[in-house]
Write a protein that binds this ligand. Structure first.
Ligand code: S3P
Length: 182
């Protein structure tokens, strides 16, 4: 008798709050695995012909989220990718479904202090251009924690890990995960 077994696509997807190193780790990880690095923010900026800050200025957050969902959907048939995502991609339920159907989802989790230390003096994140960036980080994190949890297959606390340690750890987890899911 024939049996249909769902195979998980061979992709790694990095999610997590702003400034948790998703793009940098994604590139290192992709090189190590021989996968293609894909950065949703970079594709969005290329498609819109302007930086993320410009998209927020011209189209607002909703406009940005619309392009973000389209970009994610455009990756659905692809394989052997390491996909680094923007920190707010989990705020749309439909995106969580797409992320999960794309492959193994890894949540890079950082403390508020670590995030603040990384975003200080950086004006490329429109949602943190506020009078009190620490409060904005705390509020957004609070709103999003359950969304990251829902989307993720695995969480990694990154505060005390170097980029290489992270990439190595993720590659090992992925090997085990795909062996058990395919
Ligand atoms: C956002 C995170 C950013 C970028 C945009 C919105 C968010 O990406 O997508 O500024 O809502 O958390 P990074 O997580 O790479 O900073």
């Amino acid at each position: 008798m024939a049996e249909i077994i769902r195979r998980t696509p061979m992709n790694l997807i990095l999610i997590g709050f702003m400034a948790t190193g998703k793009s940098t780790v994604g590139r290192v990880l992709a090189r190590g695995l021989g996968f293609e690095p894909v950065d949703t923010d970079a594709i969005i900026a290329r498609r819109a012909g302007k930086p993320i800050t410009g998209i927020f200025e011209d189209l607002g957050e909703e406009g940005f989220r619309g392009i973000e969902s389209e970009v994610l959907q455009g990756l659905l048939s692809r394989e052997r990718l390491v996909i680094s995502t923007g920190g707010g991609i989990v705020t749309r339920e439909e995106n969580i479904k797409d992320l999960r159907s794309l492959g193994m989802v890894i949540w890079l989790n950082a403390s508020v202090d670590a995030i603040i230390a990384r975003v200080v003096d950086n004006d490329e994140r429109p949602l943190l251009q506020t009078d009190d960036p620490r409060k904005s980080v705390e509020e957004l994190l609070e709103q999003r924690l359950d969304m990251y949890k829902e989307a993720a297959d695995e969480r990694i606390d990154i505060d005390n890990l170097s980029c290489d340690e992270l990439a190595y750890g993720i590659a090992e987890s992925a090997r085990l995960w795909f062996a058990g899911n395919n």
